[in-house]
Design a protein around this ligand. Structure first.
Ligand code: FAD
Length: 599
């Protein structure tokens, strides 16, 4: 089972041979770790994911949560898996040793989390939301709030949510209507409705800590008037014991295409006027704080997309190796035995495309996680600042590119299965349905594209893009020293230069006509995503080339597979950005000028 969740060999390659996570041990925070302890975390995650998460992935899809007798019911396997995850220490894996954590680098934690997401994304969601919630409270909550909520989130006694969306305010959070009215004792009374809230009600933990966006009456209009509140399902006394219910009502469940194991709720806050909320940090800074959680959550969504695509690919690969069908085009004798479908070039095309998307996407997600380690622990303040700026630029790409292309990997996995792929006898149709959420939540891909082009690439005088180029260049130069990779390095260099030129052109255009300059932002995100993933492939190809000469036979196949996928990406995928950048350079106004009445 676990060999179809994710390739351990690939995770080890990405972490140790491409990202060199072992070098992090030179930093005081990670000095107590060794290659063995880091690998131990990966192997524990693989074991628990294989034994506790993957086996109920299908059952959770077939038995979605129900609301009966005033409470939400989940299948029991969800809690068993979650208990095993918490007992192994993964909920607080990044925390300090003296707080009971494992002090694991973010890159290794992200790799562990990716294993759980591949095995069962909907059970993993309860845990990712809790970790993200705790990260936000760590950064912005008061000492009293940390005492009351944070330590219980990190121990698994409480679970967390993020409650932003309202019926009239999804992408446009400036239009939220939930209000928080100050009380004389310093608390706030919350009133409003939130929809699509994942993990909004369940019995997996003693309490649920909602992080809710709301407006204090009299606050400035728009996003500048949004504040962030902690709203527990049950009030929490000073000694940590639970008080009465906090007037948070489950108004209904959503029934979804995929991700069915994660309960999706509509929540009413303050129907009886008794919902007590605590302000986090300063008033009107809520969206800034929430972005702290959302940036982490966006990377986690991108990684989730990668991993559902990854397991889809591995299932398709096994199927293609086993399914006999047809003969080689050159075999004339109909009595000759059939070959397995992996022998057909067109099937290998689909598998190679999927491999290039999911292994390229995994490299991207882990690179982002490694940047997070730089941001936290790099020796110089300049390196930390640069890592933060680069990570901020990459975040919309890390969220949106995999949720488009690794969804395509799930789609290709169905195609490789032929008719069986369309039936419920095989898991790939569920993977596709699960993966289809990822372009939608945590900010739709359209919104990510506007963020990337409008704020990240054009903002800050183009500094972040300069950092990206500086990060790419050493790998382009290294490829120049390797005969077999030189032309890929050249092609990436040219693509990067074209991307910079197009960005400048769009920046100039935006000064006069921002609607037109940003109208095709999605194309920009796709082009930048492809250039960055091509870079990720070049990095993998450099590592594979270094290792190939002394490799064992099995490892040699692994490294040759990396080189083949790199070649595929440069031959078949990277050239797509030429026409995309040309369209952007022309400031094409086709979609902008098409009137709603004409559609
Ligand atoms: C399964 C699931 C789980 C979720 N979990 C949570 C959760 O835990 N907490 C939470 O708060 N929310 C959650 N959400 C909500 C999710 O984040 C929103 O659905 C998403 O942000 C989009 O909002 P919307 O559904 O209102 O769509 P809309 O905002 O109405 O968007 C519809 C379409 O219009 C486009 N669009 C909208 N505005 C613009 C614009 N200005 N420019 C260009 N295009 C635009 C969008 O890209 C999209 O294609 C979840 C949603 C789902 C389906």
């Amino acid at each position: 089972m676990s060999s179809r969740i994710v390739s351990r060999r690939d995770l080890v390659f990405q972490l140790f041979e491409v990202l060199d996570v072992e070098s992090l041990r030179e930093r005081p925070r990670f000095a107590q770790h060794s290659r063995e302890t880091l690998l131990g975390a990966i192997d524990t995650a693989l074991a628990i994911a294989g034994e506790k998460f993957a086996p109920h992935n299908r059952k959770a899809d077939e038995h979605e949560p129900t609301f009966q007798g005033g409470r939400v019911h989940l299948i029991p396997e969800v809690k068993e898996a979650i208990d095993a995850y918490i007992a192994a220490g993964f909920l607080s894996a990044g925390e300090d040793f003296d707080k009971g954590g494992m002090q694991l680098p973010t890159a290794v934690r992200a790799a562990c989390q990716s294993i759980f997401a591949a095995a069962n994304v909907s059970t993993t969601a309860y845990l990712s939301l809790t970790t993200g919630n705790a990260a936000l409270l760590t950064a912005f909550a008061s000492p009293e709030q940390k005492e009351r909520y944070l330590r219980h989130l990190l121990s698994g006694r409480f679970f967390g949510t993020m409650a932003l969306t309202e019926p009239q305010a999804g992408s446009s959070l400036s239009d939220i209507l939930t209000t928080a009215t100050p009380n004389p004792d310093g608390s706030y009374s919350l009133r409003g409705t939130k929809i699509f809230i994942s993990a909004g009600d369940h019995d997996l933990a003693e309490n649920i800590v909602h992080l809710v966006l709301a407006k204090i009456p009299g606050a400035p209009p728009g996003v500048k008037g949004i504040s962030l509140f902690v709203v527990p399902k049950y009030r929490v006394n000073a000694d940590g014991s639970l008080g009465p219910a906090n007037d948070v009502t489950l108004a209904g469940l959503f029934h979804k295409m995929g991700y069915r194991g994660t309960v999706s709720t509509q929540l009413s806050f303050g129907e009886k006027g008794e919902c007590r909320a605590e302000l986090v940090g300063q008033p009107n800074q809520g969206l800034t704080y929430m972005f702290h959680m959302m940036n982490g959550a966006r990377i986690s969504v991108g990684m989730g997309a990668v991993m559902i695509g990854y397991t889809s690919y591995l299932h398709a690969l096994d199927y293609a190796r086993e399914r006999p069908q047809g003969r080689p085009l050159s075999a004339k004798d109909p009595r000759s035995p059939q070959v397995s479908i992996v022998q057909h070039a067109d099937v290998r095309r689909m598998l190679l495309a999927a491999k290039s998307y999911v292994e390229g996407g995994l490299a991207l997600g882990l690179y982002a996680a490694r940047l997070d380690d730089e941001l936290d622990t790099a020796v110089s303040s300049e390196a930390r600042r640069d890592a933060e700026a680069l990570l901020s630029l990459l975040t919309p790409v890390v969220k949106a590119w995999p949720s488009q292309y690794c969804l395509l990997a799930s789609d290709l996995a169905i195609q490789v299965h032929g008719g069986y792929g369309y039936t419920r006898e095989y898991p790939v149709e569920q993977f596709y349905r699960d993966n289809r959420l990822n372009p939608i939540h945590e900010g739709t891909n359209g919104i990510q594209a506007l963020d990337l082009l409008g704020r990240k690439a054009l903002g800050g005088g183009g500094t972040a893009l300069g950092l990206l180029m500086r990060a790419m260049w050493p790998d382009i130069e290294a490829a120049g020293q390797v005969e077999a990779l030189r032309h890929f390095g050249d092609e990436l260099g040219q693509a990067a230069e074209r991307l910079v030129a197009t960005t400048r052109r769009l920046g100039d255009a935006a000064r006069n006509d921002v609607e037109r300059a940003l109208a095709n932002a999605t194309v920009y995100l796709e082009a930048m995503g492809h250039a960055i993933v091509a870079w990720m492939w070049l990095r993998q190809a450099l590592a594979a080339t270094r290792a190939l000469s002394g490799a064992s036979a099995a490892d040699a196949d692994f490294y040759r597979g990396k080189l083949a996928a790199c070649r595929y990406f440069f031959r078949w995928e990277l050239p797509r950005i030429g026409p995309q950048l040309a369209l952007l350079d022309s400031l094409d106004s086709t979609v902008l000028e098409t009137q709603p009445a004409w559609l």
